[in-house]
Design a protein around this ligand. Structure first.
Ligand code: ATP
Ligand code: MG
Length: 138
């Protein structure tokens, strides 16, 4: 059964001009792009999105980074989308990411790691709703 997940092309990848190449990888892997847009978010909006990490030592750095420039939030669909996107992204730390993964190819560090992907059904639902209204998800 087809499943939806949420992803963000992060500010580092947008700045470096890697958004198109990352989207090509995503489409090549069989994902349908249900919705996508280019936005800039405030630090407060980044804090709301990453609230689960609010007690982590890197929370300030993370939310500063995510509000540092334009991003491409998107909703993706395919069978097993959540787990398959995580696999395609590679490990959080690009030094540990497998060959061929998006983070291996495009990420510079654990902080500036090119792409976000939901890690479970409940987080996907929250994250899609955080960035997209129902009418944008046909
Ligand atoms: P994401 O949620 O962005 O898809 P992830 O699920 O692989 O990444 P998380 O543990 O959810 O990793 O961490 C969220 C984000 O916080 C990471 O993508 C990374 O940008 C940042 N982060 C995680 N650990 C560190 C760290 N030790 N130092 C700096 N930033 C970190
Ligand atoms: Mg995560």
């Amino acid at each position: 059964m087809s499943q939806r997940t949420f992803s963000i092309i992060k500010p580092d990848a947008v700045k470096k001009g890697h958004a198109g190449a990352i989207l090509a990888e995503i489409e090549k892997a069989g994902f349908k792009i249900v919705s996508i847009k280019k936005v800039s978010i405030s630090k407060a909006q980044a804090e709301g999105f990453y609230y689960v990490h609010s007690e982590r030592p890197f929370f300030g750095e993370l939310t500063e980074f995510m509000s540092s420039g334009p991003i491409f939030p998107m909703v993706l669909e395919k069978e097993n989308a959540i787990a398959d996107l995580r696999k395609l992204m590679g490990a959080t730390d690009p030094a540990k990411a497998e060959e061929g993964t998006i983070r291996k190819q495009f990420a510079a560090s654990i902080g500036e790691n090119a792409i976000h992907g939901s890690d479970a059904e409940e987080t996907a639902a929250f994250e899609i709703g955080y960035f997209f209204a129902g009418y944008e998800l046909k």
